[in-house]
Design a protein around this ligand. Sequence first.
Ligand code: NAD
Length: 260
Amino acid sequence: MADRVAGKVAIVTGGASGIGRACSLRLAEEGAEVVVTDIQDGAGKDVVAEIERSGGDASFLHHDVTSEDEWVAVVAGVVERFERLDVLVNNAGIGIGASIIEMSLADWQRQQAINLDGVFLGIKHCIPPMRDTGGGSIVNMSSVAGLKGSARLAAYNATKGGVRLLTKGVALESAQNRWNVRVNSVHPGIIDTPIWETVVPGSLRPDGEPIDVSAMAETAVPTGVLGQPTDIANGVLFLASDDSSYITGTELVIDAGLSA
Ligand code: NAD
């Protein structure tokens, strides 16, 4: 255990799996009190148990990021228990790959609701308690797909590009009002997580073949290396910690050169 975020209270959405799980583990390892939230209750509780086995502090709350009522309940629960909130990792997200002329409006709206409405609601409900207890850090999970387009991922591009500029606008409003809440986005490249299984099988490839994420990374990433969730969690930890106290409104790209 180290102490880069010792004493901080952090909410990590989508913390039951992949990058969110790694962020939860890493923040707890560095001394934060982590509130893992997700719609997957069993897997979320497993992450908490893993943290506790390593000597860290964590708890789980069921939380659908598309529900404003659930955001209100989660934030109220955290503030009541800890009397502060320092870090929000707006990580929950899905990827729906499809041709834009075949995508249903329902799929478009579902992806917008989780990836973009969820981030908006988190910002809206977490800034006031952060501001009122001395400030904080919000880290919004965008993507390399929020920096450049990809065929058959246009709708996902729209959500992640939205997260990027939402971040900058909120960072400026916070700065102008001296709320002392820093807001930044993180842009992962190709990372080995279950999201690739839930992107509708074959939907990224017009030929319908399943995605081999390792092979894709080998071809697309300049270093040829598939990223691991901890690679992203290390960047999130930096932005959550006071090491990044002069950083707001920016984007941290973690992609082994994919977007270079
Ligand atoms: P993942 O599928 O492993 O994890 C996503 C988590 O979000 C899951 O635990 C899931 O239950 C949760 N979630 C889904 N809908 C939710 C909802 N409505 N409310 C609350 N939680 C919900 O995927 P991941 O790769 O770890 O993705 C995490 C974030 O990273 C996403 O925002 C994703 O877009 C982004 N990202 C991933 C990659 C990658 O290559 N894996 C690349 C760039 C960006």
